[in-house]
Design a binder for this molecule. Structure first.
Ligand SMILES: NC(=O)c1ccc[n+]([C@@H]2O[C@H](COP(=O)([O-])OP(=O)(O)OC[C@H]3O[C@@H](n4cnc5c(N)ncnc54)[C@H](OP(=O)(O)O)[C@@H]3O)[C@@H](O)[C@H]2O)c1
Length: 391
């Protein structure tokens, strides 16, 4: 815990607690937070917050704080009350920056669920330096994007020899449904191709050069991957960038590290159908009326039912190689988009608030900020990390 934030009123403040993932996260914290945790739910609607608090009462009832992203002063107050501020208020490109700025200024640890690469790159350029001055840790993508991939690649690297070039390929399989908030964020991303690339280039100009080591995450080519018995389609999500940043930060990834990220699909027709569907969605997202129509299909605050979530699952298989060794590992869990995202998000907030972690600051990945401590927490909470074979 930084000395600067030790006297804050709350260990954790959960902003956006009344949304779909926010409510699941609040329920998780109420059920699993250790006794004595000082925490609060925050949002823009006093009525919704009060109803949420009443539902949680009897377990570990949180305090209630009101703040609105259209009122920057309310966000500064929120940041000033918390040691760790976890926010689900997205799309982050639209709603997120003021809170990142407030946390960077106040030395408050910040977590979000943003898989929006443009947002994360802009926040690096604009707020990383200030957060390093104040000691704040800014951790983006603390849900299914990108924790199983970031921690899973790190777990795989740890099974391989040190000080040698390493390659890791990750293959994601998942079955689940989407909420209104996620759909809105995804459509927004698809419409912003050139701005996304510009933000990535600008970040590249600001990032210090890596001296004497290499860490890359190139987009792989589609292929049949016999090591996992499935068609592998390159996934241009934020996950590979996060893995690359962890590899840049930690010597343990060796002198020359390469990560490739794929969706694993059982059959060729299914693979081709997936590519066509994503292509159609990207094309539609470029046309404003089509984008508006699509985003009206699922409203904010809505998401899959508990019954549907219970049938959802994910598996990420990793194949790592280096120094004459080859390792197969796997990270598995339940509903990736919501149940497990809320669990991962809540455990990340608890880890930042309570665990004895390496000293880091500025924009950091989940591996840099929490690493082994978060793997231990997720394992205890039912997300499995295992070595399937070592050769
Ligand atoms: N990384 C992952 O794997 C992952 C998984 C799931 C979701 N996500 C992301 O998480 C975010 C939330 O998703 P969701 O499905 O929970 O969305 P949601 O149900 O629409 O929730 C959004 C939250 O933002 C709040 N909000 C909106 N405008 C606000 C304002 N002006 N001031 C304060 N609060 C405001 C809403 O408050 P009200 O309740 O008052 O409307 C609600 O609490 C999305 O960006 C989504 O992409 C990421």
């Amino acid at each position: 815990m930084s000395r600067q934030t030790a006297d804050r009123a709350y260990d954790i403040v959960l902003f956006g607690a009344t949304g779909f993932v926010g409510t699941l996260t609040a329920e998780y914290l109420a059920a699993r937070a250790p006794q004595g945790l000082r925490w609060a739910v925050a949002g823009r609607s006093a009525g919704k917050l009060e109803r949420l608090r009443e539902r949680l009462a009897g377990t570990s009832a949180p305090a209630v704080l009101q703040a609105d992203v259209s009122d920057p002063e309310s966000l500064r107050e929120l940041a000033g009350h918390a040691r760790v501020l976890a926010t689900t208020v997205g799309p982050y490109l639209e709603y997120g920056e003021e809170l990142v700025a407030a946390c960077a200024d106040a030395g408050t640890d910040y977590l979000d669920l943003s898989g929006e690469t443009e947002f994360v790159d802009l926040m690096y350029v604009r707020h990383d330096a200030r957060a390093r001055e104040t000691g704040a840790r800014l951790v983006h993508a603390c849900g299914f994007d990108s924790v199983p991939h970031d921690l899973g690649a790190y777990f795989t690297v740890r099974q391989l020899p040190e000080g040698v070039p390493l390659t890791v390929d990750g293959y994601v399989r998942a079955q689940g449904m989407i909420s209104g908030g996620t759909f809105a964020s995804a459509l927004g991303q698809m419409a912003r191709g050139p701005r996304l690339l510009a933000a990535a280039r600008d970040r590249g100009r600001h990032e210090p050069r890596l001296l004497g080591r290499r860490a890359q995450a190139p987009l792989g080519a589609p292929r049949f991957a016999k090591e996992v018995g499935a068609w592998a389609l390159p996934l241009p999500t934020i996950d590979a960038q996060v893995v690359r940043r962890s590899a840049r930060a930690l010597e343990r990834y060796g002198p020359d590290f390469r990560y490739r990220h794929y969706a694993a699909v059982e059959t060729l027709p299914f693979a081709l159908g997936g590519v066509a569907a994503v292509g159609a969605l990207i094309a539609a997202a470029q046309v404003p009326p089509a984008r508006r129509w699509l985003s009206g299909r699922i409203s904010p605050g809505q998401g899959p039912s508990a019954e549907k979530r219970a049938k959802s699952w994910f598996s990420v298989r990793f194949v790592g190689e280096g120094g004459g060794r080859r390792v197969f590992t796997e990270v598995t869990g339940g509903d990736p988009g919501y149940g497990e995202t809320a669990k991962i998000f809540a455990e990340s907030a608890l880890s930042l608030a309570l665990d004895d972690l390496p000293r880091t600051s500025g924009q950091v990945t989940t591996v840099e900020a929490m690493g082994d401590a978060l793997i231990d927490r997720l394992r205890a909470a039912g997300i499995d990390f295992r070595v399937a074979a070592l050769r």
